[in-house]
Design a protein around this ligand. Structure first.
Ligand code: RB5
Length: 142
């Protein structure tokens, strides 16, 4: 189950991400927002982040205008490792090395094809473990 959260800046891109998830039969839970009316991104990052941290969702995809607000908010939740990614390499490394459990995207930064590519990589790349496990454990203790 994937937790989805966006603000007004991310609402349109989230619609296209949902289309991708539907086409590939991913299950998701939507935490809003549900329109382009101006809202505050922590309102949506917090419950969606808790759903990932507590295990009712395995991963999260959070979108705002830049992805910055969503990533700051998500990373305040213990157990969340949110990665703001703009390139394929970042999305891949966020999973291989950081075991990121939330992908943050900036709708005003990425074109749609790039955003969908990052979602695909994030959902299809595993954690390498090994030396990275210790580092992730250190993060989880902070
Ligand atoms: C909203 O205008 C914008 O500030 C928000 O979507 C996000 O980019 C914040 O980090």
């Amino acid at each position: 189950m994937i937790a989805l959260a966006c603000d007004h800046g991310g609402f349109e891109l989230m619609g296209l991400v949902k289309q991708f998830l539907d086409e590939h039969r991913y299950k998701y839970k939507e935490f809003g927002t549900f329109s382009t009316e101006s809202v505050d991104y922590p309102t949506f990052a917090v419950p969606a982040g808790h759903a990932v941290a507590e295990g009712s969702c395995d991963r999260g995809i959070f979108i705002c205008g830049t992805g910055i607000g969503m990533s700051i908010a998500a990373n305040k939740i213990p157990g969340i490792r949110a990665a703001l990614c703009t390139t394929a390499f970042m999305a891949e490394m966020s999973r291989c090395h950081n075991d990121a459990n939330v992908l943050c995207l900036g709708a005003r930064v990425l074109d749609v094809d790039a955003a969908i590519m990052l979602v695909r990589i994030f959902l299809n790349t595993g954690f390498e473990g090994g030396r990275h496990s210790l580092r992730v454990a250190m993060l989880d203790k902070m």
